[in-house]
Design a protein around this ligand. Structure first.
Ligand code: XMP
Ligand code: MG
Length: 184
């Protein structure tokens, strides 16, 4: 598949590379205002979608920080998240007493993050907050307290900048709406 085929799969670009960079910078300024250097915040990226957000956010933050990763899978039929979550890769870090900031690509139903939040809080972290690049307010099934949100988007399936459909499109520099013909 070459790049022109990929572009034909996107019906609308929601965020260009430049707009993503501005959004990430805005998030970083808010986070810097809430954490000081001696907090030594631990960024926890949720694999695999959050890889790009983590890489850019971490470099934008003028803070002492550590990075770790978790991989989780939501059991459920098809593309719907069920809220029953299984850990595929756990943290390598003991988070007791640590200030943890979960870094996510997108909040859809909120079920995955809701589970992750209580899981990490139960480990005795000093604090656990969430930073998500995107949120679909129309899809939310559980209310979770998300401290940092880059942008709210319509309830459409989006790809690019880490977000995938069937593991493709993660490498797009922009974020766009996936054309229905791709999953039809
Ligand atoms: P829940 O529903 O638990 O799930 O909030 C969030 C996870 O679902 C994936 N997701 C998407 N992935 N485009 C994607 O590429 C989308 O529009 C989309 N909506 C949800 C994503 O992995 C997220 O972490
Ligand atoms: Mg994800």
């Amino acid at each position: 598949m070459d790049i022109t085929d990929i572009e034909a799969d996107i019906t609308e670009v929601l965020f260009t590379e430049e707009q993503i960079a501005e959004t990430i910078a805005g998030l970083a300024r808010q986070i810097e205002a809430d954490y000081s250097d001696d907090d030594d915040v631990l960024l926890v990226g949720v694999l695999r979608g959050a890889v790009m957000v983590m890489a850019d956010l971490a470099r934008e933050l003028r803070l002492q920080l550590n990075m770790d990763w978790m991989a989780v899978s939501s059991y459920g039929s098809g593309t719907q998240s069920s809220g029953v979550v299984r850990i595929l890769k756990d943290l390598d870090t003991d988070i007791t007493g640590r200030k943890v900031l979960i870094v996510e690509d997108i909040i859809d139903s909120g079920l995955t993050l809701s589970w992750l939040l209580s899981n990490l809080r139960s480990r005795g972290a000093a604090s656990v907050e969430i930073c998500a690049l995107l949120r679909k307010p129309l899809a939310v099934k559980v209310e979770i307290d998300v401290k940092y949100v880059g942008a709210d988007i319509p309830n459409a399936f989006v790809v690019g900048y880490g977000l995938d459909y069937a593991e493709r499109y993660r490498n797009l520099k922009s974020i766009g709406v996936l054309a229905p013909h791709v999953y039809a």
